[in-house]
Design a protein around this ligand. Structure first.
Ligand SMILES: CC(=O)SCCNC(=O)CCNC(=O)[C@H](O)C(C)(C)COP(=O)(O)OP(=O)(O)OC[C@H]1O[C@@H](n2cnc3c(N)ncnc32)[C@H](O)[C@@H]1OP(=O)(O)O
Ligand SMILES: O=C([O-])CC(=O)C(=O)O
Length: 383
């Protein structure tokens, strides 16, 4: 047993995984042997889910059957809708609504009596949870706009159906493809904080609903998935203010602030997903003729690179830096960005829970006690 303190478990190896490989120096991300560039441009989110959960890409029959089953599992019950309506009345953040909604789904889980070590049952539960998350989120957004939630459609893709349920209109091909690509890019990323949280929960042999609910909580923070919303709010703040984006970034850095969407525990260079999303933003900017978000992000990046030399300190844009502007172009409400991340990453949480449970070992690190020793209890009326 070593006594070396590894704060934040940085660099500590705790599990082996065949799911995603990250080369933080080269800026490469691989899912089960396939480069993220390839998957982002050629696969669908459903295919990537199948790949993560089963090990190989599906044949067309396997994909059709997998997607059909997921489509038939999109519906959520009135118990969830009623709770979402109450949360909408209290103006809860969509991540809080999702956390509660997923937890509540277990009440309608047909295999709730399954042994938590039954991996086939866990896989089916994971499919149901991932199929229903878009329905929860779209319903929540409609309820808080005083609109009726829409029933999910069975003839649309995971990405397309979410956009349909959110807006009430079938999405354009560009919107559906862009959103599908974003889902692929966010599906898995090694033992990030939210994935590790799900693994910790399930390592106690707790049920998958608890593990996914824990993952949602961990993802919500601004140091993790919450940063995509912060990036867009920053860009909107710049747009609304008297300051130009250059002044904003100078002032933020001078005040010792952090730039949301920059820095990563694993990447020392630009995140490969940020590069893909930037290209997407460039394409969408050309079509919509609104250059604001691309201009602001580019100015901030230019300052951080040329003036601050952040890349020399291994700080570069992460996946959250461009995703917000892309979602904004798709007309998605800003406070839903982190829950969209969760919609995708839930697939990764399930994959890691399944993988880790093959040879489960309770996750339980230790902390060094640095408190006072040998104190004598003093009765309350003598203190
Ligand atoms: C999907 C994801 O979860 S990706 C990450 C999303 N989060 C963000 O974008 C929030 C902004 N980024 C950050 O806060 C950090 O980069 C993290 C939390 C992501 C990674 O943090 P860590 O690996 O723990 O690095 P740490 O916090 O020790 O930072 C190292 C140095 O870089 C600086 N730094 C890190 N990120 C930033 C940033 N975004 N802006 C300015 N400086 C930064 C720190 O101030 C620190 O400097 P110092 O050594 O002079 O004190
Ligand atoms: O890996 C991490 O630490 C953060 C994360 O989830 C990601 O970048 O997708």
């Amino acid at each position: 047993m070593t006594d070396a303190l590894k704060k934040g478990l940085e660099g500590v190896l705790v599990a082996e995984s065949a799911l995603s490989e990250i080369d933080g120096d080269a800026g490469r991300l691989i899912y089960r042997g396939y480069d993220i560039e390839d998957l982002a441009h050629k696969a669908s989110y459903e295919e990537v889910l199948y790949l993560l959960w089963n090990g190989d890409l599906p044949t067309s029959e396997e994909l059709e059957s997998f997607a059909d089953t997921m489509q038939s599992e999109r519906h959520i019950g009135d118990n969830v809708l009623d709770t979402l309506a109450a949360l909408a009345d209290s103006d809860e953040h969509p991540m809080a609504a999702l956390r509660t909604g997923v937890s509540l789904l277990s009440a309608a889980e047909p295999e709730s009596d399954a042994d938590p070590t039954d991996r086939d049952a866990t896989r089916r539960m994971g499919r149901r949870i991932v199929a229903k998350i878009p329905t929860i989120l779209a319903a929540y957004d409609r309820l808080r706009r005083d609109e009726e939630p829409l029933e999910p459609r069975k003839d649309l893709s995971h990405a397309g159906n979410f956009l349909y349920m959110l807006t009430g209109e079938e999405p354009s091909e560009t919107a559906e493809e862009t959103f599908d690509m974003a889902l692929i890019l966010h599906a898995d990323h090694g033992l990030n904080a939210s994935t590790f949280t799900s693994m910790v929960v399930s390592s106690t042999q707790a049920d998958l609903y608890s593990a996914v609910t824990g993952g949602i909580g961990a993802l919500s923070g601004p140091l993790h998935g919450g940063a995509n919303q912060d990036v867009m709010n920053t860009l909107l703040e710049i747009d609304d203010s008297e300051k130009d984006s250059l002044q904003w970034v100078k002032d933020t850095i001078d005040a010792g602030g952090r730039i949301p969407g920059w820095g990563h525990r694993v990447y020392n260079v630009t995140d490969p997903r940020a590069k893909i999303l930037r290209t997407k933003l460039e394409d969408l900017t050309e079509v919509t003729d609104d250059e604001r978000w691309l201009n602001y992000t580019s100015t901030i990046e230019g300052y951080l690179v040329d003036e601050m030399g952040l890349p020399d300190k291994d700080i570069a844009p992460n996946v959250d830096y461009y995703s917000g502007s892309v979602y904004y172009k798709l007309g998605i409400p800003v406070d839903m960005y982190t829950s969209i991340f969760a919609m995708s990453r839930a697939g990764g949480w399930v994959a890691h829970v399944l993988e880790y449970s093959e040879d489960n070992r309770l996750i339980r690190p230790r902390g060094r006690y640095i408190g006072t020793e040998d104190r004598q209890y003093v009765p309350i009326d003598e203190r």
